[in-house]
Design a protein around this ligand. Structure first.
Ligand code: CUA
Length: 333
């Protein structure tokens, strides 16, 4: 449509065409009425011009049909925009169930990406094409904003909170990634590239760059180093609740309310454990605010998540009375 004129970034995700269609619709509506009003103003200015400075205009007492028309027509148009935009918003906001998870942190002035298998990248992100990818991220200092123009997704990286974006890339190649929130001197240099690869190439890239263990195993290591495992016993008899099978299920709090155990809740419980105390436990846990970097918090979150995945493998193995699987052995380590 705009071939040769780079008005729009490439459409390189499943969401891109929907976002552009809505945007062009709004631009078209705005242009139509903008041009219509301009033409009418010029036409009336010419048609009703007069050379008599003493002439007074006729009195107008209003017109019900006219007023109804200019109220109802814009109302209907804005309702169409609202309904359409809500549908696009929910598509962008709600990731599919099965996504490739990637963590990221923004700090002045770089983006750090962390793959679950343990690979780290700075200002560069490798993803497979045709597969939904969810990036969960936060900031270590000020507000940044992670922006993938070709995928039409953007969200602020806010210190103290997790944000996420998801996309499914449809085109192979390299695309821009930006910080889209002014964050200081080198804000304009806080850029990078996202490399979309064939899934097989991506697998090869993953195995070719592996360093250290997976993110969850790094989290497990930290879990021991920080002595979390002295209270969070897996049999539930510790001073803190067992974390096995916790992720993804609701948790009852001491104040009687219930919260979903998601990334945000796990993060908050590490840094501010007293805020949402689990029902039946004492507020004994010290805060880890300032002691654990955001990247290490992500490793811990991923470890807590993996406790769910591994135990479900165990229970399945138990249910079918098969000999213990490698995953089950790992869980008992
Ligand atoms: Cu980070 Cu702008």
């Amino acid at each position: 449509m705009f071939s040769g004129i780079p008005l729009f970034p490439t459409q390189a995700s499943t969401l891109a065409a929907d976002v552009d269609a809505l945007y062009l619709f709004i631009v078209a509506i705005t242009a139509f009425f903008g041009i219509l009003v301009t033409i009418v103003v010029i036409y009336f200015a010419v048609k009703y011009r007069t050379n008599d400075p003493m002439k007074v205009g006729a009195r107008i007492h209003g017109s019900i049909p006219l007023e109804l028309a200019w109220s109802i027509i814009p109302f209907l148009i804005t309702i169409v925009i609202f309904a359409w935009a809500s549908s696009v918003f929910f598509d962008i906001y709600r990731p599919p169930d099965q996504t490739l998870e990637i963590y990221a942190t923004g700090k002045r002035w770089m983006w750090k990406f962390q793959h679950l298998d343990g690979q780290n990248e700075i200002n560069e992100l490798h993803v497979p094409a045709g597969r939904p990818v969810k990036v969960t991220f936060t900031s270590e200092d000020v507000i940044h904003s992670l922006y993938f123009p070709a995928f039409r997704v953007k969200a602020d990286a806010i210190p103290g909170r997790y944000s996420s974006v998801w996309f499914s890339a449809t085109k192979l190649g390299e695309f821009h990634l930006f910080c889209a929130e002014y964050c200081g001197t080198n804000h304009s240099g806080m850029v990078g590239r996202v490399v979309v690869m064939e899934p097989t190439e991506y697998e090869a890239w993953l195995t070719g760059t592996v360093r250290g263990g997976s993110l969850a195993s790094r989290g497990e290591q930290l879990f021991g180093d920080l002595a979390c495992n002295t209270c969070h016993l897996s049999d539930g008899r510790g001073r803190g609740p067992s974390l096995v099978n916790k992720f993804g299920s609701p948790e009852r709090l001491a104040n009687g309310s219930t919260v979903p155990v998601d990334e945000e809740y796990v993060r908050e419980s590490i840094l501010m454990p007293a805020v949402k105390l689990v029902d039946g436990y004492q507020p004994l846990m010290p805060t880890f605010q300032g002691l654990v970097s955001e990247e290490n918090v992500m490793a811990l979150v991923e470890y807590v998540k993996s406790l769910r995945a591994q135990s479900s493998t165990v229970s399945r193995a138990e249910a079918s009375e098969e000999p213990a699987q490698p995953a089950a052995t790992r869980e008992n380590r």
